[in-house]
Design a protein around this ligand. Structure first.
Ligand code: F0G
Length: 351
C-alpha cells in the first residue's frame, strides 16, 4: 500500500524546492476530511471537518514548518528561532530535531498550554519565556533574525505559507472540487493567507474551477481584524490565538476581500461551547482556538447567513490533548468511586 510521504514530496510540483534541496518529513499532512452530520444538520449545509490535530506534533503548523525547516537546512542554517503561542514552537522543536539543527523558542510567560510546553521541552528546544505577549515575542524574534546568524521560522518566512497551502490542495483533492466556504480560526493570520494562496494556485492550474469564500473567526478579546487595527492587550481563553498584531495582515485582508468572505469574532463562551459540541456530538477533540471556526459557523447559521446546502470545509487546527487543563476546567470531574466489586460496577453504570 502507498505510504503518505509528507507534504513536500506529495505536492512537490506545487512547491518552490530545487532538486538539490533537502526535503524533510515527519509524515505531516494527509489529514482526514471528516463529514460531520451533527454540524451539517445544525447549519443546513454539508459540513466537512479538516482534522489538523492529526499532524505529527498535533497541529496544522507542521505543514509550514517542514517547508521552512527544509529551506533553512538546505541553505546551511544551523539555528532557527520563532515566537509562539505554543503550536509553532512545538512544531519548530520537532522539525529542528529532524533537521539536526538547534532551535530557540520565545514564549509568552505563563500563557502556553502545558502539552505544547512539554513538546518544546522533550524535543530539546531552548525555551525562552518572555514577560510579554506573543506580539512582543515576535518583535524580538524578528530582530534576532535581522541582527544574528539565526533563521526565523515564523509565518513571516514565506516558506511557511508555501508548506501550509498544501491543506487547501488536500481539501480540494478530497472533495474533487473547492468548497463553497472555507471556515477557520484566525490568529497571526498565516493560515487563512496560506489556504487562499493554495486555492488560487489550484484554480490557476485548472484543478478546481471555483474558489471558496474564506470565513475567518477571531476571539472577541483578540480581534484586531474586526477592530480594523492592531490591538495592544489581546485576551482570550484560546491562548493559541491570543494575538493583537497579526503578521500576515494584508495577506489576510486580501484573502477575506478577494474571496468575498469575512473575518468576524466569537466570544470565549461560544468557543468553549463549540469545543464541547465537537467533542460530544461529532467525536473530535480539539483545543479551544480550533473551535473558534466552528463557533463562527454556528453564529453565521443563527444569523441566517449560511447558504442552504453549501459545501463547507472547516479546519480544526490543533489537538485537544494539547490543552487538557482548559477542557477539564469546563467539566464536572466527579467520577463515581466504587470498591473492587462487579455488582457495584454494574450498579454504578446502571446495567
Ligand atoms: N489555531 C491554533 C491551534 C493555533 O495554534 C493558531 C496559531 C491558530 C489557530 C491561528 O493560526 O496564526 O495562522 O492565524 N498559533 C501560532 C503559534 C500563533 O504560535 O502556534 P494563524
Amino acid at each position: 500500500a502507498h505510504q503518505w510521504r509528507g507534504v513536500l514530496a506529495e505536492y512537490r510540483e506545487h512547491l518552490p524546492f530545487a532538486e538539490t534541496d533537502t526535503l524533510l518529513s515527519l509524515g505531516e499532512g494527509g489529514t482526514p476530511l471528516v463529514p460531520a452530520p451533527a454540524l451539517s444538520r445544525r447549519v443546513g449545509a454539508e459540513v466537512h471537518v479538516k482534522v489538523e490535530g492529526q499532524n505529527p506534533t498535533g497541529s496544522f503548523k507542521d505543514r509550514g514548518m517542514v517547508s521552512a525547516m527544509s529551506r533553512a537546512v538546505s541553505d546551511g542554517a544551523t539555528a532557527v528561532v520563532c515566537a509562539s503561542t505554543g503550536n509553532t514552537s512545538a512544531s519548530a522543536a520537532a522539525y529542528a530535531t529532524a533537521a539536526g539543527i538547534t532551535c530557540a523558542v520565545l514564549l509568552p510567560q505563563g500563557r502556553i498550554a502545558a502539552g505544547k510546553l512539554a513538546q518544546a521541552v522533550v524535543h530539546g528546544a531552548q525555551l525562552i519565556q518572555v514577560e510579554g505577549n506573543f506580539d512582543d515575542c515576535l518583535e524580538i524574534a524578528r530582530k534576532l533574525d535581522a541582527e544574528h546568524p539565526v533563521e526565523l521560522v515564523n509565518s513571516v518566512n514565506p516558506y511557511r505559507l508555501e508548506g501550509q497551502k498544501t491543506a487547501a490542495f488536500e481539501v480540494s483533492d478530497a472533495l474533487g472540487r473547492a468548497p463553497d466556504i472555507h471556515v477557520l480560526p484566525v490568529g497571526n493570520a498565516g493560515n487563512i493567507s496560506a489556504y487562499w494562496m493554495g486555492y488560487r494556485e489550484y484554480h490557476e492550474a485548472g484543478i478546481i474551477d471555483s474558489l471558496p469564500a474564506m470565513w475567518g473567526f477571531q476571539a472577541s478579546g483578540a480581534a484586531p481584524f474586526v477592530a480594523g487595527h492592531p490591538i495592544s492587550d489581546p485576551e482570550t481563553v484560546a491562548t493559541a490565538i491570543r494575538i493583537g498584531a497579526p503578521a500576515s495582515w494584508s495577506l489576510a485582508v486580501e484573502a477575506r476581500d478577494g474571496s468575498g468572505g469575512l473575518i468576524d469574532a466569537v466570544t470565549d463562551q461560544q468557543i468553549l461551547d463549540a469545543q464541547r459540541l465537537l467533542a460530544a456530538e461529532v467525536g473530535i477533540f480539539v483545543e479551544p482556538a480550533s473551535a473558534a471556526g466552528v463557533a463562527g459557523l454556528l453564529q453565521q447559521s443563527e444569523r441566517g447567513e449560511v447558504p442552504a446546502g453549501a459545501t463547507i470545509a472547516i479546519t480544526v487546527t490543533g489537538n485537544g490533548l494539547k490543552d487538557i487543563d482548559t477542557a477539564l476546567s469546563q467539566r464536572d470531574l466527579a467520577p463515581t468511586v466504587i470498591p473492587v466489586d462487579i455488582a457495584a460496577a454494574a450498579e454504578a453504570i446502571g446495567l
